[in-house]
Design a binder for this molecule. Sequence first.
Ligand code: SF4
Ligand code: SF4
Length: 365
Amino acid sequence: MHKPRLRRTLLRPVRYTWPNMIGGDVWEWRKLARRQTTPVHLILFVTDRCNARCATCFYWQNLNQGNSLQLPHLARLSASLDRLVWLDISGGEPFLRKDLPSVCHQFLDGNGVRFINIPTNAIQTDVIVSLVAAILAVPHSFRLNIAVSLDGVGGNHDRIRGVPGNYEKALATLARLREIRDSDPRLSLSVVTTVMRHNLDDVKQLLALGAEQWQLDYHSLNILRGSPMDNGLLPPTPDQFAEISRVQLEHCRRYFRSRFGPLQGWFATLGRYLLNRYYLRELEGRPKDISCNAGRISCVIDANGDVYFCELLQKVGNLNDYDWDFKRLWFDFQAQRLRRRVRRCHCTHECFHTKNLTFTPTQLL
Ligand code: SF4
Ligand code: SF4
């Protein structure tokens, strides 16, 4: 048999059955992504305002420049998009926007978004709790995940984040959000931790605390990326990451088992393992090029209207130049030209590779 055809034949059971095992929905999303012309995964930097000064921040040069995505612009954007499955709301600190519920409702009403994920530094407990309650005050069926950033334990976290008392405030925010989750199962809670060379003991402690004390639904790890504000910080060594990955996989097994059941939980853990193995290759200096789905499935819109396939690639254009008509920009000559260049690429950007795992998992093998 011809070699590529043999490979396709051998991989077909993997390609077409394992994502479906995680949930029939995955099959539906893949059909949707094939059918429609605009992305099913949108990352919105809703504001560049922030009340922290994190040493790990890769966005620090853009912070507090006075840019925010305006509601009328977001309404036009939403009208020019097809359906969305995932909406990642980023910044800046998203909860500094008092109209954050309106932002979410725009994409729930207009694009039927299924999953909204909002990372937060969790400093303003009362504000966050009331905005989360307001986001959930609609009858839509969707999942809202609040991802609290924690990079160290106690004072270590405060030092990394440049905010005294941040750790205790984050724990208070988690506790209050757990009360909402108890009465509204659409809410899930996670912690997101940046892994670097100098916080490995803290990462292990945080993983244990998350599972044993904070009753999280998940704990995600991001490898330090981009050009952080403190340019002395470094990503973990391959050995360090391999060690952390083993600990994380233990916890994942439990999180996924309780969320998906034994069999599907096992497949979800396998997916985590594949991603971590892919990142390990990157850290070892022998990266694997893939056909990334950024620019097709996924897209990023910055607080000033700049559009990127992903934050690590060059800008595609600015929506202000297209009267916030997303389709016009997405199929413009410049976008088509850049899209051809994303054919072979690699990085450790978790937001995109979880989608690559969903849509084209065999690439990561
Ligand atoms: S990492 Fe997030 S919370 Fe920290 S300074 Fe950057 S935008 Fe603000
Ligand atoms: S592999 Fe990474 S850098 Fe390349 S397009 Fe995907 S997200 Fe961007």
